[in-house]
Write a protein that binds this ligand. Structure first.
Ligand code: 5GP
Length: 211
């Protein structure tokens, strides 16, 4: 590892959005495994814990009352109501992490992304994944087993509406090959880490270089 890799830098918030079926979950999991400088942003939610979910790891589970207290106290970077439940990104962990050069991965929809961008534009990198074709998306959404045509049609309608928000992102990657797509996502992350404004250690590094 060269000197430049050990320079102090500010972390970033990496938002990965896509319609379901475009490979977002696979990309996110792989990124978390293969890159040790990025961690999932853990959201607070009021929805009931599902079997297998770990409190504090998958989500921080909270009552509606507690959630609203946090809203009142301005403890969220962004929050939203999704399917009748509340979800929010707590400020404290992110603020401290970014300062220490840690990156956070966000799995939030376009509305959450917009809010996040409004609150913290300079720290946010927005990536949107698209399926290679509508036929391929339909195949991916219907290959999940025994779902009825109606259920699949509902998923397709939701996917179409999510796709319509593609222009609110900094980068758009068409996912026709998982490995190629993953490589592109990694390239975006690496390049964004090297932005001059994020490399907070540069001033002293260059001072030493030229001393
Ligand atoms: P689930 O309940 O299935 O885990 O998530 C439902 C939806 O909530 C997903 O679309 C997910 O992207 C969204 N979501 C999860 N956490 C947050 C958050 O902190 N903020 C926002 N805006 N959406 C979230």
């Amino acid at each position: 590892m060269g000197n430049s890799d050990t320079l102090k830098r500010r972390g970033l918030m990496f938002v990965l959005s896509s319609p379901s079926g475009a490979g977002k979950t696979t990309m996110a999991r792989r990124l978390l495994v293969e890159d040790d400088e990025i961690a999932m942003s853990v959201s607070v939610t009021t929805r009931p814990q599902r079997p297998g979910e770990v409190d504090g790891k998958d989500y921080i589970f909270a009552t509606r009352e507690r959630f609203m207290e946090m809203v009142e106290a301005d403890e969220f970077l962004e929050w939203a109501e999704v399917f009748g439940n509340h979800y929010g990104t707590p400020k404290a962990q992110i603020k401290a992490g970014l300062k220490e050069g840690r990156d956070f991965l966000f799995d939030i929809d376009w509305q959450g992304t917009q809010q996040l961008y409004q609150r913290a534009e300079a720290d946010v990198v927005r990536v949107f994944l698209l399926p290679p074709s509508i036929g391929e998306l339909e195949r991916r959404l219907s290959s999940r087993g025994t779902d009825s045509a109606e259920v699949i049609a509902g998923r397709m309608a939701r996917a179409r509406s999510e796709i319509s928000h593609w222009d609110g992102y900094d980068y758009v990657v068409v996912n026709d090959d998982m490995d190629a797509c993953f490589a592109k996502v990694c390239t975006i992350l690496q390049a964004e880490r090297m932005r001059r404004a994020r490399q907070t250690g540069l001033v002293s590094f260059v001072r030493d270089l030229t001393a």
